[in-house]
Design a protein around this ligand. Structure first.
Ligand code: SAM
Ligand code: SAM
Ligand code: PLP
Length: 524
């Protein structure tokens, strides 16, 4: 890191437990013009906190401690709901404390931050602030989402936050996959699925459930929280709700999600409805139900979720020391996440942390590809479809709620949409796994998009490229078992690596091992 602002060390945004706030007055940000900056040389780190052991009083927990110490509730950052991509003349807006999912005209909403207030600090201020919080233990800033609290939910009290230390996920250098299969040296996989419930959904759910927690404390009519899900959303919702003691209700398409996904809401005590329909059918039902009952809607139609998900984009930049990758490839289903990535990158550009944004690629399963067909038609006509079965079951969606958001994100990032057949995505997953990953089929879809764009020369060998992995491979073991047992009809499963059944005696074991070693030697 080249330099860092000393302003940071006295920032009331971030006080370590070892540094009690010397000045607990309400905080007023120092305008850019008034900040006195000093730089420190790269070999000198900011002073580390003294080795004095601080303990909070025995009758306090870490929330109460954060609450007592916080001064960030008095700043002037704020956010509100506005119609998505609204006419600049529109004055329609709603407080985040209102329960509203659609604009007056029935369109999508977006969370709009007071950008002028945020712009009172320059890009290097924000970079240093976010960098200073990575992995810290001070509630709630250790979370990758809440380390960007001012850009996410600036007005929520730290005491209301429901967090499981989400975010800060690994950016895996896909060295062998990149070099051997694509001739690339700068390929990375952002493992968003290495998280509390095993998918990127945790990033958005911590924000939504925290806001619900706040609403319930304000005695707003929220008896429970509900969602339709292809598996991962219900897992995240039920875990965050359970940890806050909030009832959750999940609408799942029967027999269309993996066992590992289904068991999560069951174990977390959600009220689980297994419905004889697909995701789109569940989505329709949950929308009707939440308009009649005091159940808060947790699907990504609700733009609060995207505020948390956008932090993965900020994290990607942070993990490259604020250098911008050339490409970011995201698997898409209901299409909230592709917009969340766009929003995170765009905000970093607008607030001066970086000077450009990456080109975005949205990758769809060919069996559930309404966005791909829309893109291929030159964005002319969009038709929802009946999605067919895909191993990438979490993106088996034919009528994506966030279609307008996705089109906006792709048009404004010079983006591309690609698709993957079942065989392509399963082969890509197996090939990646054989280079040390253990990815989910959705990441197989994203890798297929990369392979196709690399083969056509659109993505160059030297381009820095990030593939977003959206869920943990352990949630999708059945698809891997089927592939490696060659049990998938009409699929060659050419990279299958089944276990060898061998008699438990020395001679038989030696025979198979010699054969194996010879086959390896001949490949060297
Ligand atoms: C044990 S507390 C730190 C000690 C605390 N300052 C105290 O007063 O005792 C820190 C741990 O809480 C957990 N944690 C969960 N969510 C967190 C968040 N949003 N921010 C910080 N820590 C979080 C993390 O595992 C983290 O390592
Ligand atoms: C993307 S690299 C930083 C870019 C790097 N300075 C470069 O050469 O462009 C940093 C990320 O790599 C990942 N990483 C994986 N293994 C790592 C390791 N052993 N040491 C450091 N970073 C590692 C982490 O997720 C980390 O956030
Ligand atoms: C593992 C996984 N990947 C990708 C997606 C797609 O995200 P989005 O629906 O926001 O496009 C989902 C959820 O739908 C998911 O669970």
């Amino acid at each position: 890191m080249a330099s860092s602002s000393l302003l940071l060390r006295s920032s009331p945004f971030f006080l370590t437990p070892q540094q009690p706030n010397p000045n607990p007055r309400p905080f007023t940000p120092t305008p850019k013009s008034l900040t006195i900056k000093a730089t420190i040389s790269s070999d000198k780190q900011p002073e580390t906190t003294p080795a004095i052991k601080h303990r909070r009083p025995a009758d306090q927990n870490i929330r109460q401690e954060a609450h007592r110490r916080s001064s960030d509730n008095h700043h002037k950052f704020s956010a509100k709901y506005v119609p998505f991509n609204a006419d600049p003349a529109s004055t329609e807006s709603y407080s985040l404390d209102e329960i509203v999912y659609r604009s007056r005209s029935g369109g999508l909403l977006d969370v709009q931050h007071d950008m002028e207030a945020l712009k009172e600090f320059d890009g290097s201020y924000w970079k240093s602030l976010f960098d200073s919080r990575i992995g810290k233990t001070t509630w709630p800033y250790g979370s990758g989402v809440w380390s960007k609290k001012e850009w996410v939910l600036p007005e929520i009290d730290s005491d209301d936050i429901v967090s499981a230390f989400e975010g800060n996920s690994n950016m895996f250098w896909a060295e062998r996959f990149g070099k051997q299969h694509l001739g690339m040296n700068d390929l990375w996989v952002k493992h968003c699925g290495i998280s509390h419930t095993g998918s990127f959904k945790d990033l958005g759910m911590t924000v939504l459930v925290s806001q619900v927690n706040r609403l319930r404390k304000m005695n707003r009519p929220v008896v429970g929280v509900g969602c339709a899900s292809t598996g991962d959303t219900s897992a995240a919702l039920s875990a965050y709700c359970a940890s806050a003691g909030i009832p959750s209700i999940v609408f799942l398409p029967a027999n269309k999600i993996s066992m590992a996904q289904l068991v999560q809401p069951i174990a977390n005590g959600a009220f689980v409805l297994s419905l004889d329909t697909d995701f789109d059918g569940c989505m329709q039902l949950v929308r009707e139900v939440t308009s009649e009952l005091p159940i808060y809607l947790a699907n990504s139609l609700n733009s609060l979720r995207l505020e948390g998900q956008k932090t993965a984009a900020i994290e990607i930049l942070q993990q490259f020391d604020w250098e911008v990758p050339d490409w970011v490839i995201v698997p898409g289903g209901n299409l909230g996440n592709i917009y969340a990535f766009y929003k995170g990158f765009h905000m970093c550009k607008e607030l001066g942390l970086v000077d450009r944004i990456p080109r975005l690629v949205c990758a769809q399963a060919a069996n559930a590809n309404p966005l791909y067909l829309h893109f291929k038609s030159g964005w002319s006509d969009f038709s929802p479809m009946k999605a067919k079965t895909t191993f990438a079951s979490a993106i088996q969606i034919g009528d994506p709620v966030s279609i307008d958001r996705a089109v906006y994100a792709l048009k404004n990032s010079n983006g591309i949409v690609e698709e993957a057949t079942e065989e392509e995505l399963m082969d890509a997953m197996a090939q990646a796994d054989a280079t040390g990953m253990f990815i989910c089929p959705h990441t197989g879809v994203a890798l297929t998009a990369l392979v196709k764009l690399r083969n056509s020369g659109v993505i160059r060998a030297t381009d820095r490229t990030v593939v977003v992995s959206t869920a943990h491979g352990l949630k999708f073991t059945q698809s891997k078992i089927d592939y490696h047992s060659k049990a998938i009809p009409e699929m060659a499963c050419r990279l299958a690596n089944p276990p060898v059944n061998v008699k438990a005696d020395f001679g038989s074991v030696m025979d198979v091992l010699k054969k194996y070693l010879l086959s390896k030697e001949s490949k060297q």
